[in-house]
Design a protein around this ligand. Structure first.
Ligand code: ZN
Length: 427
């Protein structure tokens, strides 16, 4: 059974004697160090860090690495350590072969002349997509419990439609509205309707480019917009607060900020009707600048994209323009959220977009963003692993939980791209 590696229910299932250190305990036991004193920042901390520390103290002076060099290194590790045939099927745009194909798909227009191990971005995208297609028969297909961005069939259809600008594939994707508008379907991004809205938007963007025939493009965009309307109406008719597995999550992956963001990026005309939902979400912020994973609020614990400040800050930055009445509150929330990420965001989990340093970096401004990325190099990760302080990923190759996501952040730094999350707010 597919389980998000980030869900807070994992910690709730730990034995009650399990001792999660509080933030204060962790940082009070870490060493001060500077990059001039040591070659590996993480190693400098390992001697004094308890093995279950959640994050490093962020006390080194701001620094940066050459992002182009790091991008090449990351992509080379990706295709050599995890070649297409080695990637287990499953995971949609979140992990697995489709997620890696999507990384190369979005890098292709930015790096038209770049080759990794002798092959251009487009060829790598096709190779990982082929791996997914070869296993298509093993995918169960969307159900009301699993119909978001992690669904393989719908992600394959969306990427196929976007790549080939294929109206038939777009229509097949739209036909799954029968599943996603079922009253039993979930609303969140990873397994629910909000993720389906993203897939529709991805295809819509590919049919809005100058090389698409006007009439054909209009027809497909109309079909996608009509489908999105039905799905948004189903989400809006869901009772509040929106729930996933019986809990009212707040964050980007399973919660209300992810749902609001996907609706508004798909059709901004819904924003006035979502003002109360967003206002409530802003009110949940802890004094620390972080947000609870779910409501009623529990501990102030996780600072990452899926749960906590990073996903909420990244979402607010994307949708701010559509909520003029909330600008002051949004700006304050972003400022406090970023300060919290700077303080508590250097996580010991393997750096990734969903619950790691790479995703936290994308929520920050340039200097801090580049500083955070210095903790995601191959050298740093080796040092952390050697010292036993790296919590390894279950999906180390993937876009949201591994190397492909780290590569994306280096590309953002290298080409000064907008700090977006592929599969979430990049279209
Ligand atoms: Zn996560």
């Amino acid at each position: 059974m597919l389980q998000p590696s980030d869900a807070p229910e994992q910690s709730q299932s730990l034995p009650s004697t399990f001792n999660f250190l509080t933030a204060t305990q962790v940082v009070s036991t870490t060493l001060n160090c500077t990059t001039s004193q040591v070659t590996c920042k993480a190693s400098a901390r390992s001697n004094s860090m308890p093995s279950n520390a959640r994050y490093f103290r962020n006390d080194a002076p701001l620094s940066r690495r050459d992002p182009h060099k790091q991008l090449i290194a990351s992509l080379t590790r990706l295709v050599t350590d995890y070649p297409p045939a080695s990637i287990p099927p499953g995971g949609g745009l979140y992990f697995g072969p489709v997620s890696i194909a999507y990384l190369f798909f979005i890098l292709q227009p930015v790096y038209q002349d770049l080759e990794i191990e002798g092959r251009p971005m487009g060829a790598w995208s096709a190779a990982y997509l082929q791996q997914a297609q070869d296993h298509m028969g093993e995918y169960p297909g969307p159900s009301t419990r699993r119909c978001g961005v992690s669904d393989d069939i719908m992600a394959l259809l969306a990427l196929g439609a976007a790549l080939a600008k294929d109206a038939d594939l777009a229509q097949e994707l739209c036909a799954y509205a029968a599943v996603t508008t079922d009253p039993a379907a979930g609303d969140e991004w990873l397994y629910g309707r909000a993720g389906y809205l993203y897939l529709l938007r991805l295809v819509r963007a590919s049919f809005a480019t100058p090389d698409v025939d006007d009439d054909a493009g209009k027809r497909v965009r109309r079909m996608l917009a009509d489908t999105a309307d039905e799905v948004v109406e189903a989400i809006m008719e869901s009772g509040r607060p929106w729930k996933w597995h019986g809990k009212a999550y707040v964050g980007a992956v399973h919660g209300s900020v992810g749902i609001v963001t996907q609706i508004v990026l798909t059709d901004p005309s819904w924003a006035p009707k979502l003002e109360a939902d967003l206002g409530a979400l802003l009110s949940y912020e802890f004094p620390s600048g972080n947000w609870p994973s779910s409501i009623p609020a529990d501990r102030d614990r996780l600072v990452q994209f899926c749960h906590g400040a990073a996903g909420i800050v990244a979402s607010l930055l994307s949708i701010r323009q559509y909520f003029p009445n909330l600008h002051d509150r949004i700006d304050g929330a972003i400022r406090r959220g970023r300060a919290c990420i700077v303080e508590r965001g250097l996580l010991t989990k393997e750096p990734c977009l969903c619950h790691g340093i790479s995703g936290n970096a994308l929520a920050l401004e340039d200097a801090e963003f580049e500083h955070f990325l210095t903790y995601t190099t191959g050298h740093e990760m080796k040092g952390m692993a050697k010292d036993g302080i790296l919590e390894k990923s279950d999906h180390p190759s993937s876009l949201w939980c591994g190397e492909a996501g780290r590569a994306w952040t280096w590309a953002v730094a290298d080409r000064e791209l907008e700090k977006r999350f592929p599969g979430y707010n990049d279209v």
